[in-house]
Design a protein around this ligand. Structure first.
Ligand SMILES: *Cc1c(COP(=O)(O)O)cnc(C)c1O
Length: 216
């Protein structure tokens, strides 16, 4: 099962983020032994505990909502933060990255689902953020793309439309703000239930949990 998904994804240009939230270390190590090195967590405390106990060549992604007061705990080691949805958060990530003498890669999270519970910016807000001089003066963060979650619905055409809207946002931002930056290249979309549609719609990074680790 796991091997099937790994080989299926290796045939595409999509990076797999194995979402290991709530799963114990031995489960993570099983996948690590298969060669997987990128793991995603949605809670800071759990992320820090796993970072401290598991092999150091794992690249840890924070995929869940991040509170500004918790950035300091992950700033020393986090490899990518998928869930940036405000200038205030970006400012804190920049500050903590600077303290650790590093540059932290981030994605801007967009609200593409119809459900109101999901976090994220809309297109207008992201443009306003990227135009601020405050953002332009940040030296310790690098925005390398966008992230979004589709609605949890069976209607495939709706899910597809939401992924298309994220892809369109990516293209617009690329053109207006990141034309010269090759590093702005990631579209993080697709989970266990919808990753095939996401890949068809241009995902470069899928975040898959239950399909790899079993239901939570
Ligand atoms: C939990 C989670 C996932 C993975 O969900 P699965 O349905 O288990 O694949 C992906 N992205 C985010 C932001 C998550 O919180």
């Amino acid at each position: 099962m796991i091997q099937n998904i790994l080989s299926e994804l290796s045939l595409t240009n999509t990076t797999l983020v194995a979402v290991s939230k709530t799963k114990p270390n031995e489960k993570i190590l099983e996948l690590y032994k298969e060669g997987q090195r990128i793991f995603g967590e949605n809670r800071v405390q759990e992320l820090v505990e796993k970072y401290e106990t598991l092999p150091k060549d794992i690249r840890w992604h924070l995929i869940g909502h991040l509170q500004t007061n918790k950035v300091k705990y992950i700033a020393p080691f986090v490899s990518l933060i998928h869930s940036v949805d405000s200038l205030k958060l970006l400012k804190e990530i920049n500050k903590q990255a600077k303290k650790n003498d590093r540059i932290i890669d981030v994605l801007l999270q967009f609200h593409i689902a119809t459900e109101t519970s999901k976090f994220g910016l809309d297109f207008q807000e992201s443009k306003e953020l990227l135009k601020t001089t405050e953002y332009q003066n940040f030296e310790n963060i690098r925005v390398i793309g966008v992230m979004g979650m589709a609605s949890f619905v069976d209607d495939e055409s709706q899910v597809r439309k939401e992924f298309q809207s994220l892809k369109a946002i990516f293209e617009q931002l690329k053109k207006v703000f990141f034309e010269q930056e090759g590093s702005f290249s990631e579209i993080s979309m697709g989970m266990s239930g919808d990753y095939k549609i996401a890949i068809e719609e241009g995902s470069t990074m899928v975040r898959i949990g239950s399909l790899l680790f079993g239901a939570r």
